[in-house]
Write a protein that binds this ligand. Structure first.
Ligand SMILES: C[S@@+](CC[C@H](N)C(=O)[O-])C[C@H]1O[C@@H](n2cnc3c(N)ncnc32)[C@H](O)[C@@H]1O
Length: 324
């Protein structure tokens, strides 16, 4: 893999010590190389081992080892992720507060849910969406696996009719025929492997009153960029920790699985420690959503592609489906 394009690295399989093994250009056009150094650490050259591991990494494939999902439940990761949820600089983890308010306005209308009724929010994150519903008198039960997100959700909803459960949506016990509606937003329904995903939806169906709706928000296959991507950056900010690091991000479209697969390889510049983070996300055509929802007990589906034109960062890439 070699390219002179800005930000694209070349990763030859082997190299002599002190020769750049990963070379690219930063956003400012500066040429940057990572050196295979001679830092001996307990007799082991961690940098060299790390770079060899990068060079011989597994090709990406949907739900392959290390790319099933992010480590949401990890306490330190969840603290760092909370920061990403709450920032108003981007919408990569949660939407901005004003976007959420406008989304909840639409959702209340689409669902016909009113004060005094109950809502199940699967993968509720830090409770921003739950709070927006609860402010309209709707009782919300939120489920999320991330400890920092649940802590924050509880903090911001004092006095509002909300309950939060720190649990995995794949196994959380849910009451039967209890809720007037359910939401499962922001692409998360496309992350579990398909069999598990159907199981989760079936369990949500059982927790709803007869005929009650579910909202799924999944990635619209029509809008997915299917070109393979390889990018890198260096720095000490962000989700992967505060140490100086070199981050290589690669992404593919797996046509068989109809999913994007993304992996971040994080090399600690000081110690040579290597960590990887990965996630697979299924994208959908409308008929695929219809058969998925039908198989989980929701025979009727109504679509709001691109949130019916609501204006926010990447609104066109989302498909909102309401199953009943
Ligand atoms: C992209 S965020 C969306 C959060 C929230 N729905 C929102 O729109 O702001 C995805 C959330 O899913 C949660 N999550 C991922 N896998 C989960 C699982 N298996 N069980 C429960 N929560 C999970 C994460 O902890 C994270 O809070």
């Amino acid at each position: 893999m070699r390219s002179a394009a800005p930000g694209v690295v070349s990763l030859p399989g082997r190299t002599a010590d002190h020769e750049p093994v990963a070379v690219g250009r930063g956003p400012d056009g500066r040429r940057v190389g990572v050196l295979a150094g001679r830092r001996q650490n307990g007799g082991v050259d961690l940098h060299r081992d790390a770079l060899r591991a990068i060079a011989s990494r597994e090709p990406l494939r949907a739900w392959g080892p290390g790319v099933e999902d992010l480590p949401w439940a990890n306490p330190e990761f969840s603290e760092r992720m909370l920061h990403e949820h709450l920032t108003q600089d981007h919408e990569l983890a949660s939407r901005r507060l004003d976007t959420i308010d406008r989304q909840v306005e639409l959702l209340r209308g689409w669902l016909g849910i009113e004060a005094g009724q109950s809502l199940l929010d699967m993968t509720c994150g830090p409770g921003l969406v739950a709070r927006a519903f609860a402010r309209h008198g709707i009782t919300v039960t939120g489920v999320d696996i991330a400890p920092a997100a649940i802590r924050h959700a509880i903090e911001i909803t004092g006095g509002l009719p909300c309950i939060f459960i720190e649990a995995d949506v794949r196994e959380v016990p849910l009451p039967v025929a209890e809720f007037d509606a359910a939401i499962y937003l922001y692409g998360q329904p496309g992350v579990p492997v398909p069999e598990v995903q159907r199981e989760i939806l079936t369990r949500i169906r059982r927790s709803l009153r007869p005929g009650a709706p579910i909202v799924l928000e999944v990635r619209d296959a029509a809008s997915v960029d299917r070109r393979p991507q390889l990018r890198w950056w260096t720095g000490s900010r962000g989700l992967f920790g505060r140490d100086d690091k070199f981050v290589l991000t690669e992404r593919i479209w797996d046509e068989d699985a109809r999913a994007t697969v993304e992996r971040d390889i994080v090399l600690d510049i000081e110690t040579g420690a290597l960590n990887t983070f990965g996630v697979t996300e299924r994208a959908y055509e409308m008929d695929e959503v219809e058969s998925l929802l039908a198989s989980a007990g929701f025979p009727t589906v109504e679509f709001h592609r691109g949130w019916d034109g609501l204006d926010f960062d990447d609104s066109v890439s989302w498909m909102v489906a309401i199953g009943r």
